[in-house]
Design a protein around this ligand. Structure first.
Ligand SMILES: Cc1cc2nc3c(=O)[nH]c(=O)nc-3n(C[C@H](O)[C@H](O)[C@H](O)COP(=O)(O)OP(=O)(O)OC[C@H]3O[C@@H](n4cnc5c(N)ncnc54)[C@H](O)[C@@H]3O)c2cc1C
Length: 504
């Protein structure tokens, strides 16, 4: 039996052994962490394995971050059901785990008669799905609400219930909450082979074997591959890349709502949207790709974003562009979410094909899987389910008095490490000691925003690396950007450091 002595293990407990856990969650993205957090209400032993070295390393770190209203999913589909339910729960859900959420609203723009008709069908679809507050507004109202919109716009579908989330901060917060309630996280642990056994499953990983009574497959882009090992009903994921421009934050972003264009059959089209951190996103594209791990951006896709975004925002300026990035959608051939028990594999459950609106749907998907597993296996609930751990208020959001108090409590608040995002040494140290703490430079970035800003870590990375090395008590040469071989330093010029493999 695996014991839960820490929320944040690498594979140490597993190396070369066979261990048992009652419930095994595969995948530490938003869905896996949301499911693990829900299941942690049960008085059973739960383990989550993740292929990479942190949570939120897949689609959950690279998406639009929009909490969709729910008008564009086909009525009757699981996407529609979980989108609308997730949207209703979202604000309270983020509050429970102390993750940011901004109720911003959204518009879908139409520039001609054909697009207007499309908006009318989206409106009636939204009403069928149970989305509240939808209405079509005309040119004058659009420009009054969002003055930077292209004046050639004819009409728009206004969706007040849309919002802005921070998908990676939410994933980290859910992981922390699961961990304080006993879920063990094993990183750098990839499920390679799933086999059915008489009373459960045998999972072969890159570091050892795990037997489990219940499996929950939340492996994103690789979920169908795992599913197909234990089910005769075959599934297939077709990876779809989405590329973005990210613009630096402004006191007042150019748009206060998410501005969509009329969707196409490949997706919701290019949006221009503020984020919860007042930066701006332009994108995404939608391209079928062979390699599910290829997150390189391409000149062609970025050019098409520029062209399409200019239709929404004619005075578009990329002067404040700070980075470009891509995420990969796990599009399932059947074009819907697959959530529930795995066909002909009793004891296995899954969340497959969780592309957009998967972020929005996460609270509802996690609740559905939890309810089904708890009922079908008559697990008792814990006597006490601990609340999510508090997160310290960001220094950048503090007023002067709060800053003085923080400094008095911990002088490390007096050292600004990331100048662009005003992140202090105290916050970086504390991110490493969260229940599922940061283990590499990107992990710090997602938990504190150090490196998220204008210089993209150009100034703060060396100091972040030093703090990681100190807190984790590992040599600087071993610090990585995102785990594996992504070392920040290749070698040292100082021979004594090379010999010691000590701090540079
Ligand atoms: C470009 C883009 C834009 C999007 N925009 C939105 C949006 O605005 N709003 C919205 O609601 N949704 C949006 N989504 C969808 C949303 O991002 C996803 O639905 C959500 O992040 C899926 O989470 P996940 O946990 O299923 O997948 P992931 O985050 O990919 O997590 C799966 C995890 O499983 C791990 N894993 C895989 N195989 C194994 C294995 N064999 N063993 C162990 N671990 C394994 C992976 O490393 C990964 O960490 C968007 C997605 C993309 C790509």
């Amino acid at each position: 039996m695996l014991r839960c002595d820490s929320g944040n293990e690498r594979y140490g407990a597993l190396e070369g052994k066979r261990v048992h856990t009652e419930i095994l969650v595969i995948g530490g993205g938003l869905i896996g962490c949301a499911v693990a957090r829900e299941l942690s209400r049960l008085a059973v032993d739960i383990t989550l394995i993740e292929r990479t070295e942190d949570v939120a390393e897949g689609a959950s770190k690279a998406n639009s971050g929009i909490v969709h209203a729910g008008f564009d999913a086909k009525p009757g589909s699981l996407k529609a059901k979980y989108n609308v339910e997730g949207n209703r729960r979202f604000a309270a859900y983020c509050q429970e785990v102390h993750a940011p959420y901004v109720p911003s609203g959204a518009m879908v723009l139409a520039f001609d008669q054909e697009q207007r008709q499309h908006l009318e069908s989206l409106l009636s679809q939204g009403i069928q799905n149970g989305v509240e507050g939808l209405r079509i507004i005309e040119n004058a109202e659009i420009l009054a609400l969002e003055p930077n919109t292209n004046p050639a716009v004819q009409c728009a579908l206004l969706a007040p219930s849309s919002g802005l989330a921070s998908p990676y901060e939410l994933t980290c917060a859910l992981a922390d909450h699961a961990a304080v309630n006993g879920v063990r996280f094993l990183f750098d642990t990839q499920a390679i082979r799933l086999q059915k056994r008489e009373n459960g499953f045998l999972v072969t990983t890159n570091h050892g074997e795990i037997t489990a009574t219940i499996l929950v497959n939340c492996a994103g882009l690789f979920s169908a591959e795992l599913h197909n090992q234990i089910s005769t009903h075959k599934l297939s994921i077709m990876p779809r890349k989405g590329e973005y421009y990210l613009l630096d934050h402004e006191e007042k972003p150019v748009f206060s709502r998410t501005m969509f264009q009329t969707p196409t059959k490949m997706g919701k089209g290019v949006l221009v949207s503020p984020t919860g951190h007042k930066t701006m996103l332009l994108g995404p594209t939608a391209q079928q790709v062979e390699d599910a791990l290829d997150v390189a951006t391409t000149a062609e896709a970025l050019a098409s974003i520029r062209e399409k975004a200019a239709m929404t925002w004619p005075h578009m300026s990329l002067r404040t562009n700070i980075t470009t990035f891509a995420g990969i959608r796990a599009h399932e051939a059947g074009d819907d979410f697959i959530v529930g028990a795995t066909m002909d594999a009793p004891g296995a459950y899954e969340a497959i094909g969780i592309e957009s609106p998967g972020l929005t749907a996460a609270p509802a998907i996690a609740n559905a899987l939890y309810t089904q597993i708890a009922q079908e296996h008559s697990y008792a609930c814990k006597q006490a389910w601990k609340p999510a751990p508090d997160l310290p208020k960001a220094f950048s959001a503090m007023n002067l008095e709060e800053r003085a108090q923080a400094y008095a409590r911990d002088p490390a608040y007096g050292n600004i490490v990331c100048r662009c995002e005003q992140v202090t040494e105290a916050e970086i140290r504390s991110a490493i000691h969260r229940p599922v703490g940061a283990r590499h430079v990107d992990g710090i970035k997602r938990r504190t925003r150090a490196g998220m800003g204008r210089c993209q870590g150009g100034f703060c990375s060396p100091r972040v690396m030093e703090i990681l090395a100190e807190e984790l008590q590992i040599p600087m040469l071993e610090i990585t950007k995102f785990g594996g071989q992504s070392r920040m330093l290749t070698d040292s010029l100082n021979p004594s450091i090379k010999e010691d493999k000590g701090h540079v």
